[in-house]
Design a protein around this ligand. Sequence first.
Ligand code: HEM
Length: 714
Amino acid sequence: MQKRTTKSDQDLKSDDLQKHTVDNEGKFMTTNQGLRINDDQNSLTAGDRGPTLLEDFHLREKITHFDHERIPERIVHARGSGAHGYFELTESLTEYTKAKFLQTPGTRTPVFARFSTVAGSRGSTDLARDVRGFAVKFYTQEGNYDLVGNNMPIFFIQDALKFPDLIHAVKPEPNNEMPQAASAHDTFWDFVSLTPETMHNVMWLMSDRAIPRSLRMMEGFGIHTYRFVNSNNKSVFVRFHWKPVLGVHSVVWDEAQKISGNDPDFHRRDLYEAIDNGHPAQWDFGVQIVEEKDEHKFKFDLLDPTKLIPEELVPVKIVGRMTLNRNPDNFFAETEQVAFHPGHVVSGIDFSNDPLLQGRLFSYTDTQLIRLGGPNFHEIPINRPIAPVHNNQRDGYMRQTINPGQSSYHPNSTGDGHPHQAKAADGGFVSYHERIDAHKIRSRSKSFMDHFSQPAMFYHSQSEAEKNHIVDAFRFELGKVKQEAIRQRMVSLLTKIDKSLAERVAAGLGLKIQKPDAITNHSYPADADPKSYQSIEADPDIPKSEALSMENTVKDTIQSRQIAILAADGVDDNSLDTMQAALQKEGAMTKIVSVRLGNIKTAAGKLVKIDDSLLTAASVLFDAVYVPSGEKSVSALSAHPKTAGFVADAYKHCKAIAASGEGKNLLMVVDELADQGKAQKADQGILIDKSPKDFVKAIAQHRFWIREKKKEKE
Ligand code: HEM
């Protein structure tokens, strides 16, 4: 049996961070020089009403520090939330890689993960329609390994040279800095409509994947093909996957917009509160392995980051699990100052020649030099490896390490030759000896030119509801585009993916589909023959892939789901207590929402604390709604102007709704439910006088899209 390691690696990073955590309890307030402060209320002035004196070093130190508190936000992925935890290997990868943390099942490696939106500023809403960053720093015994991915398995562009163009197009427009955290504007769609390689990621962006229910309920992907290298220097290609244990779930667009108003920190709060309430966020870690000999066996190019490897072709092998179970102590010190980099690898993990990845390998350190103010940001506690660091790098802004001795070069005899290089057998990193024999060129490989087959595969793999949401998203986004020529170009491009999709989007925009330009790809060099950059037509026989639809995800748990219980004075004790206990037993978080704050007096005279009033809560912040019995309670709620909207939104957003006894009267505010009178609609997630068990099952379904189907037909 293989040896199981203890928790000590994880503890090591925690200890490391603890060393830098200041405990103020029982301590005197001091200046940054350690001088005890006697008066932190008044500046030093000449007399009662006189001028402030320049001599006041405490005032100057405090204000100066404050004046310099802000650092530049990330140029992309500025808005993010992070958490600590650990990665535990469940299956050995020795056959493929020599990376030490991937050898022995049971090995735990401390991690810090940061999830982000891409386009918005640091203070923008969590629920923007956007790709989500999914970055994980593994503090391994052999140094830090960063897996810097997204929640979508592909990217917009194929070459890093186009990244500044893509980001300029999606960020607020330069003349008026609008709109914030939104792709729904002319410049984004202008760029997209002229660059067909973006279409695959655009399809994902228009799907509900771009508006996750929770950061804990989204997938993560390394996107690029990387290499594993084993101890015999044999290499395989690998793509990385994170699969959320709670399943992949999203909200709908109307809900996302309302959440942005009600709680712009919705995802940050969800992650923080779940961990705080003892619900760690968990993902299974999977790999898709492709032998070197199979590099060219697919219809797409493994080096093309706009293509995924369908799981039907190469299954995802689950080899570990990540658990995030500790919130940062200080947002700035940890979440803001963390610096990820796809080039932070360990022996046994190497790069492919994906041209997007190759450009990224330059970009991250470069940007962090300015964002974090100099070359020593690896010394910030959150970025420090647990593996010891020894080299001859010296000095620079904010150097923390005190390197003793005379020697800061290699080779040296003044320091007895230390630090010395490590042999491969001792963990020294050796780049994979890939043979390269080629001309130096600027060109796009012909094997990258199929821009439509996989977007078509994605679209065809979606459920009816998911397809409808994609159509609606295109209509919304292009509806915000002012220039008709851009809209027109976009619907023409969509015909290359799916004619009915293009027709439905065009109908919503009041457009007629025109023949696409002969050359739809405007992304070609000045001297190139444009035809050689023309997209290949979509493969009409491309099969569907079940893994691409969220309909096929995990739907057997209500762990950490938020359930609103609408109740007021006079609520029936039994129906409140039974349901609350049943939901909490399944790991859900219940909140009592009422007409005001304070306590409710139940029918039996018990006092129950109210969590939220209808003024501060909205049903978009919950996964399901329950209305317990009690005539007095229901009539007080019915009289409140916000109750009807609360229930109507929960219905409109297809959430599970349950009511007991008189509670059902509150549901009659929804026209569709009033029409049906007392009708049970269990198949639609409307449960009247049903058991808590049925409600639990309904919430686990996440949504009842069948309600939308009815609307769509109308
Ligand atoms: C597959 C494509 C890409 C993925 C999955 C990706 C992912 C990410 C993620 C997750 C972050 C946020 C890291 C954090 O939480 O701190 C990030 C930041 C960043 N990315 Fe990328 N990115 C991609 C492509 C690129 C390219 C092509 C470039 C440039 C050539 C680039 C440049 C940057 C920069 C400059 C940052 C800010 C880093 C910082 O300030 O610390 N990215 N990226």
